[in-house]
Design a binder for this molecule. Sequence first.
Ligand code: C5P
Length: 314
Amino acid sequence: MHSYSLIAPAKINLYLEIIGDRPDNYHELAMVLQSISLADKIDIRSIGIESIVVRCNHPLVPADEANIAYRAASLMSKQFPEALVRYGGVEITIHKHIPVAAGLAGGSTNAAAVLVGLDLMWELGLTHGELEELGAQLGSDVPFCIGGGTALATGRGEVLSPLPNLDHIYVVLAKYKNLSISTPWAYKTYRQEFGDTYVTDTEGQENSRQRVHSGPIVSAIAHHNHAEIGKLLHNDLEKVALPEYPQLLKLREAFASENVLGAMMSGSGPTMFALTESQAQAEEVEAAVKAKMADPDLEFWIAQFNSNGISIAH
Ligand code: C5P
């Protein structure tokens, strides 16, 4: 086929612990990542000329190398030059539904969709591991976005251990339209403020990873204990984002005071989310928080946990 349409789901963090520094200047992390049904649609098709064209309906999404989806196509062209000659260039159309710079891996999941789509379109037959390896060259969350579901992520975020699927959990998401947080800013500020707590030795970092691996949130997921998962939500980056943006703390408190399993900021923010047991509960929580906050700048979404990452749209 000369074109594919792919569904690229967003992710939320159920857990994000910053363990310490890495020699590559990234942070050593232990995270639990979860795909959700809020998704972008990515269309890719072969074009005659050997170039990459990106189109997007969102004004803040660039159409050049600044777009990670463009870089994904560029990486594939470099890795598989004979495919580029054989099939021609590629046009990528991004139908954006996931908010941008929101802590929901919107860019990473678009890049993951381009890798999966080009593998199909160029009939490369890459393994899941090979796709993840290419993804890791583009961004820390890209490997997770390929397979999605529920996973424990360590290293920079690219070392993945699958966890049992969490079906039937719903999520209400809220984001201030005009507030975005830069991920590098969040990590840099965390390093400035909490760098003295970092575990620096290899053995200590391995112990920290093991502690999360065999820790309470992984156990709650294994037992499908939704109430416990809600109580164990944790994100170290809230320690820098919430003091800097008091409206986020207010939003978190508004969510937490409703009938929810738990509430937290996703990734480096600023999206705040709450987990519920049903769609009806999620709708009630959205209505209550909307009324309480009464801010026209605040946007809401309701989604469900997803058991997969990139899929072909039917
Ligand atoms: O890998 P990605 O491009 O998504 O990372 C964005 C930024 O987030 C990095 O430039 C770095 O500042 C920070 N980061 C980090 N440690 C990680 C992942 C991201 O410090 N494990």
